[in-house]
Design a protein around this ligand. Structure first.
Ligand SMILES: NC(=O)c1ccc[n+]([C@@H]2O[C@H](COP(=O)([O-])OP(=O)(O)OC[C@H]3O[C@@H](n4cnc5c(N)ncnc54)[C@H](O)[C@@H]3O)[C@@H](O)[C@H]2O)c1
Length: 339
């Protein structure tokens, strides 16, 4: 068994800081290099997290830093191209969510990956949240009975600096959308993963309260899955005061409500759920996601979100956006992967 995974960070921005902090608490993980096209950011990041090598060119890092894997924390439109470059250089990849900016990019990438013998995971880290994981496993095991309804509420607050400090967040061609793809996709991913189903149909509305940007800062959607479950979702980054995320799951035998603050917890009524312990230990979901990735690359233990597993949520998100544009219900594109 190989002892340590040498990871290079690409994109030394907002989320990479949390990842680098938590990486200190992940056994067998060492941050060996970092890269940002902004020279000052790359070097500041390297100093702050005691990373020995800083680069401004990804190719140079991939060729010279002796890495096993890279963590990509980049604007969405760069994900697909950067994953390909890293895989071609023989690296495993942990990419931030969403897998890619669009579904067609994601499907093309996953089809290409099928011939590559590469490990590419997507950091939908809420799958590694203890309460969310338990909820998902309980739904999968049928402990709530047939689930007929899931309600998701994401009321987050971002201020002007969110768009000012990273202008790509405000641009459709770079982010692909706003609060739905960037924030709510975490929880829509959880819901679809728990059900083990694809969404089939979507009705969506989007709006942009509080900000003068191209992307939506409020999204409302109703989706129906293949099995007939209705998922309703409200997501905003324009709340005056941030609320806990809330996911309510209603099954024929019982119901469970997940909230993430002050600490992730499940409130269950009508049934007793199994314990469903997480496959990896740790104090924080992002830390556990990193640990899961390390165990995948070094020991071949399954990571909860391989690239292919992140397509279903992209398809659902795109259908909501199409519906918001057309004013009609839209069918969700079926995922077709060549095997
Ligand atoms: N998992 C989570 O909870 C979570 C939270 C926030 C953001 N994210 C995701 O993380 C990713 C990054 O988001 P962010 O908010 O940290 O963005 P950010 O803008 O703060 O950071 C992106 C960084 O990438 C750098 N960069 C841009 N182009 C580059 C290039 N060609 N080569 C090297 N560096 C380049 C920028 O200079 C910047 O420092 C997105 O996919 C976002 O959705 C995930």
């Amino acid at each position: 068994m190989k002892r340590r995974l040498r990871l290079g960070v690409v994109g030394c921005g907002e989320i990479a800081r949390y990842t680098a902090l938590l990486a200190r608490f992940v056994p067998r993980l060492v941050l060996s290099a970092c890269c940002d096209h902004n020279d000052e950011k790359a070097h500041r990041f390297a100093r702050q997290f005691r990373i020995p090598l800083a680069f401004t060119e990804v190719e140079e890092m991939l060729e010279t830093a002796g890495l096993d894997a890279v963590y990509l924390a980049l604007p969405h439109h760069l994900h697909a191209g950067m994953i390909r470059r890293a895989v071609e250089a023989g690296k495993a990849v942990l990419v931030e969510k969403p897998l890619t900016r669009t579904l067609s990019e994601g499907v093309a990438l996953v089809n290409w990956l099928a011939g590559q013998n590469a490990k590419v995971g997507v950091n939908y880290q809420y799958r590694y949240d203890a309460a969310a994981y338990r909820l998902a496993q309980a739904v999968r095991a049928g402990e709530l009975g047939r689930v007929f309804s899931i309600r998701i509420n994401v009321a987050w607050r971002r201020d002007e600096s969110y768009f000012r400090s990273a202008a790509w967040h405000s641009r459709l061609d770079q982010a692909g959308g706003g609060t739905l793809i960037t924030q709510a996709s975490h929880f829509l991913d959880l819901a679809l993963w728990a059900l083990g189903e694809e969404a089939q149909e979507a009705a969506g509305w989007t709006a942009t309260p509080r900000f003068d940007v191209e992307v939506e800062t409020l999204a409302e959607a109703i989706l129906q899955t293949e099995g007939g479950t209705l998922i309703s979702l409200t997501s905003t980054m324009a709340a005056a005061v941030e609320e806990a995320v809330r996911i309510e799951v209603y099954g024929e035998r019982g119901q469970a409500v997940y909230t993430d603050l002050p600490l992730p917890r499940l409130h269950v009524r009508g049934v007793r759920l199994g314990r469903h312990p997480l496959p990896v230990a740790g104090l924080h979901a992002l830390q556990r996601s990193l640990r899961g990735f390390v165990n995948w690359v070094l020991d071949d233990q399954p990571y909860l979100i391989p690239a292919e597993g992140a397509l279903v949520v992209l398809a659902a998100v795109e259908a909501v956006y199409r519906s918001a544009q057309s004013g009609r219900r839209e069918l969700v594109e079926k995922i077709r992967i060549a095997r």
